[in-house]
Design a protein around this ligand. Structure first.
Ligand code: UT7
Length: 332
């Protein structure tokens, strides 16, 4: 069976910065509370009509540039997102068109904040079984479009952005060593979307003017989610390391989903992983859902934090509930 290795990484974060102080003017909150409880100082917001597919395009172009590859070489485009431009066509198809990836098959994966790792798994399997030689994997979100700006429990957490990696088939003994995914729908009530009436999406009434579509936003029960997150992240990390035959001490870098600095620190502490081996961006970008891991990864790569043969762990958790991890032997 073939293997897949990462040959390029890229990211794009919109230019508009919203600080905690800015949010003090919007809801009853404070810079001190947000910093202490989450680690977030500021986040980026996609203004000027930028859509998820636009952010994804910029991140993908950077990843393709690092890979030295043309979009026309891609066989597959997979986008993890909960905020596609439209319900359909998929964000991946819109991205394919913007990139000019003419011969690729394209699809979205909806797995909450775990979207990028789920998308990585889809692309990894397509390469392993010979269906694709080169695949683009993206995590991209415009969460500001589904944020309830009156809810201080969620609006201070979220941000917009995109990150991408290019995977290529390899015969070498390197690249993606393990991916492990899990989900548990019985905890779906902890993080979900509703329309303005608080209901899920329903069939519209067949009465002229009576059934106008309503915009939706996300709702979260943060405390129990926090507890589940730490448990699931530790469990999936240990399984994935076992599957790859890698010990915690051998890790060069962990790039976790950036939901809360206290979750990240608790995970690192349980694993016995020192702070210098954990890459965080939450202070500057907040929680960007599917985009958080590939954004942090691309930044870590650009900062020279990974060398060939380094062992990288990516681990995530999100709505569904979904969670997952991947152990990669770095190859750039
Ligand atoms: O990305 C996918 C998964 N997401 C997560 O895993 C997120 C997990 N959860 C969390 O990160 C945390 O639970 C939050 C950051 C969401 C909340 O932190 P917390 O320490 O669990 O706070 P809490 O919800 O227990 O609220 C504590 C207090 C409450 O006030 P009272 O009832 O003690 O008077 C809240 O009303 O803090 C209040 N509060 C705030 N105060 C100022 C909640 N949000 C805010 C706010 N500013 N923005």
């Amino acid at each position: 069976m073939y293997k897949a290795k990462v040959v390029g990484a890229g990211s794009y974060s919109p230019e508009t910065i919203v600080t905690n102080r800015d949010l003090e003017k919007v809801v009853d909150t404070s810079d001190a509370w947000i910093t202490r409880r989450t680690g977030i100082k500021e986040r980026r917001i996609a203004t000027g009509g930028l859509l998820t597919s636009d952010l994804a395009t910029r991140a993908a172009q950077q990843a393709l540039g690092q890979a030295g590859m043309d979009a026309q070489d891609l066989d597959l485009v997979v986008v993890g997102t909960v905020t596609p431009d439209r319900q359909f066509p998929s964000c991946a198809c819109l991205l394919q068109e913007k990139l000019g990836a003419r011969k690729a098959a394209s699809m979205d994966v909806s797995a909450g904040c775990s979207g990028f790792i789920y998308a990585l798994s889809v692309a990894n399997n397509a390469i392993r079984c010979g269906e694709a030689q080169h695949a683009l994997v993206v995590g991209a979100e415009v969460l500001s479009g589904v944020t309830n700006w009156a809810d201080r429990g969620t609006c201070v957490l979220l941000g917009d952005g995109a990150g991408a990696v290019v995977l290529s088939r390899t015969d070498e003994d390197t690249g993606i060593k393990a991916i492990h995914l899990r989900s548990d729908g019985s905890f779906g009530h902890l993080l979900y979307s509703v329309d303005q009436n608080g209901t899920p999406r329903q069939a519209l009434e067949i009465v002229p003017g009576a059934g106008e579509p309503k915009p939706f936003y996300l709702v979260m029960d943060g405390k129990p989610l926090f507890k589940k997150a730490v448990e699931c992240l530790e469990e999936i990390t240990r399984w994935t390391l076992d599957k790859a035959g890698v010990k915690v001490e051998e890790l060069a870098l962990m790039v976790p989903h950036q939901a809360n600095i206290r979750i990240i620190n608790a995970l690192a502490q349980r694993l016995g992983l020192s702070e210098d081996k954990v890459y965080t961006t939450i202070e500057r970008y907040g929680n960007t859902s599917s985009a958080s891991i590939p954004t942090a990864l691309a930044e870590a790569v650009s900062m020279g934090r990974l060398a060939p043969r380094d062992k990288l762990l990516m681990v995530t958790f999100g709505a569904g509930l979904t969670w997952g991890a991947s152990l990669v032997e770095w190859s750039i």
